[in-house]
Every structure is written in structure tokens, then in C-alpha cells.
Design a protein around this ligand. Structure first.
Ligand code: HXC
Length: 262
């Protein structure tokens, strides 16, 4: 299955963990339509794989992705963009993928590259990563969720400043502001850290992991009262899963749980 992709590499570096590496080195992983098509196919294939429970998304050490492909975008008219719903295809990661996706961000993550990273469920980066929303310099604005996801992640004043000035920010800053869950010294450690976390997640009950992701994501759409009610309904539902019995019985017996939903 791995040979069928041109612009991503798909591997299984740890038990239960699928890794997608963006691979368009000549253009610093600039995100053009064929790459997004490969990415979507790879994501859907891992999401439906019975042996994969968590996904790591990364680029190279030099670039996670240097943005949407400026050369592809440059000639588009309004009718081209609106008519074909340009960028809509990028929404498959946040809208369709049910397994946890951890982004390991090294090097440039600019424009659409930063936006893609922010679509992941967990964002890890190295201290030297180079984030930014430079679209203003090209006469446009973020188009793949940057104005919304960056603002929720780091607050309005910081997001506004970054999007209006187009200035870049470091992985270190991303960690300090809470955009990144963890910041690593080097790109190697960043990828290994993401694989470690993914392997940990992949070792839990698949049903519980799916429910946890769903509940946390609801917090982005619902008010606190509806969100807590939503969480409780899912929590109640899990008492109908075998893994709830297995997990709690194993605790009482001081044993390692052997999940049935894996
Ligand atoms: C198309 C790109 C590209 C991009 C780099 N390349 N970024 N091509 N779209 N976003 C290509 C270059 O043209 C060049 O191709 C090759 O990759 C290597 O890049 P260099 O510029 O030579 O590398 P370097 O000097 O190391 O500079 C790295 C860089 C710079 C600072 C990241 O490439 C850069 O500023 N890129 C653009 C960043 C950007 O503006 N991103 C936001 C895009 S707008 P050749 O053929 O010359 O070797 C966006 C909109 C999102 O993302 C909204 C909807 C999703």
C-alpha cells in the first residue's frame, strides 16, 4: 500500500502507530492539490485500518510545510477558488478522521503548513520550528482555519498581532503560548516524542480513545454546560463497553488490562 503515494510516505514505526511523512522535498512540502489528495488518502486508510490506533503526521527536519503552494494559487480567479471550493479538501483531517492525529512539527510551518499542524489533535514541535501566518504579505489572509484555530489556541491579541504583521514565531514561543503541547530540543526528539505518545495512546481501549477525542473536540463547538452534558452522555455510554469492565476489574486485581477493543 505504501508505494501508491507520491507526496507522502506511510510507515508503521511502532505497534498500532501509523506515521505519515509529507514528502515534497524540492518545494519544502508546499501543499499543492496532489499532496493534499495523497494526505487524505493516507489518513483515511490509516483511520480505517484495524491494526492502527494513532497517527503521527510530520514533515522533514527542514520543513513541516512551507505553506499552500503559492505558484498553484497565484493564477486563480475568484470563480476558480469559490467555484471549486478551494481548500475545502483540507478539512478531511479535522472533519472525518476519528483516530488521534499527533503533529510533529520541525522546520518551517508557515501559512497553510501552520494551519495543517493546528488541525492535528496534539501539536508537538522542536524549539527551532518556524511558525507563521504570512498570508498578509501575499495580499490574502489565512484560508485553512488559521484565523480561528490560532486565535483559540493562543488568544485574540497574540493571534491578531501575528496575522496582521505576518511575523514568524518559534517553536519555543509556540510552547510558551500553549499552541504546542510539548517542545523538544531537536527534530529527532520531536518525532520520537510524538511516536512515544502515539504508542501510549495506541495501547489503550480504542473505544475509550475515540470517545475521548470526540469529547475534547466538542469543547471547541459547545458552551460549557452543553459540553459537560455531552461528555457525560458519552461517559455513561462507555459503561456499555466491555473495556470499561476489563479496565476497572484489572485495576482491582492489580493486573494489566487486556482490552478487547484494540
Ligand atoms: C510554493 C514554495 C513555497 C510555497 C517554498 N517553495 N515555499 N513553493 N509555495 N509556499 C519553494 C521555493 O519556491 C523553492 O523552489 C523551494 O521551495 C525552496 O525554497 P527557498 O525559498 O529556496 O528556500 P529558503 O531560502 O530556505 O526559504 C525557505 C522559506 C521560503 C523561508 C520557507 O521558501 C518562503 O518564504 N516560502 C513561502 C512561505 C509562505 O509565504 N507561506 C505561506 C504561503 S500562503 P525553487 O523552484 O525556486 O527551488 C498560504 C496560504 C494558506 O499558505 C491559505 C490556504 C491554505
Amino acid at each position: 500500500t505504501e508505494a501508491q503515494y507520491e507526496f507522502v510516505k506511510v510507515t508503521t514505526p511502532r505497534p498500532g502507530v501509523g506515521m505519515i511523512e509529507l514528502h515534497r522535498p524540492k518545494a519544502l512540502n508546499a501543499l499543492f492539490t496532489p499532496l493534499i489528495a495523497d494526505l487524505n488518502r493516507a489518513l483515511k486508510s490509516l483511520d480505517s485500518s484495524p491494526t492502527i490506533n494513532a497517527i503521527v503526521l510530520t514533515g522533514s527536519h527542514k520543513a513541516f510545510a512551507a505553506g499552500a503552494d503559492i505558484k498553484e494559487m497565484a493564477p486563480k480567479s475568484f470563480a476558480d477558488a469559490y467555484g471549486a471550493d478551494f481548500i475545502e479538501s483540507w478539512s478531511e483531517l479535522p472533519n472525518l478522521i476519528k483516530k488521534p492525529v499527533l503533529a510533529a512539527v520541525n522546520g518551517h510551518a508557515l501559512g497553510g503548513g501552520a494551519e495543517l499542524a493546528m488541525m492535528a489533535d496534539v501539536l508537538y514541535c522542536s524549539a527551532g520550528a518556524n511558525f507563521g501566518q504570512p498570508e498578509i504579505k501575499l495580499g490574502v489572509i489565512p484560508g485553512a482555519g488559521g484565523s480561528q484555530r490560532l486565535t483559540r489556541a493562543i488568544g485574540k491579541s497574540r493571534a491578531m498581532e501575528l496575522i496582521l504583521t505576518g511575523r514568524n514565531f518559534s517553536g519555543k514561543e509556540a510552547g510558551e503560548w500553549g499552541l504546542a503541547a510539548r517542545v523538544f530540543e531537536s527534530p529527532e526528539e520531536c518525532v520520537q516524542g510524538a511516536l512515544d505518545a502515539a504508542e501510549t495512546i495506541a495501547g489503550y481501549s480504542r473505544i475509550a480513545v475515540k470517545a475521548a477525542k470526540e469529547a475534547v473536540n466538542k469543547s471547541q463547538d459547545l458552551g460549557i454546560r452543553e459540553g459537560v452534558e455531552y461528555e457525560r452522555r458519552i461517559f455513561h455510554g462507555l459503561f456499555g463497553s466491555e473495556d470499561q469492565k476489563i479496565g476497572m476489574k484489572a485495576f482491582a486485581e492489580k493486573k494489566k488490562p487486556e482490552w478487547v477493543h484494540r
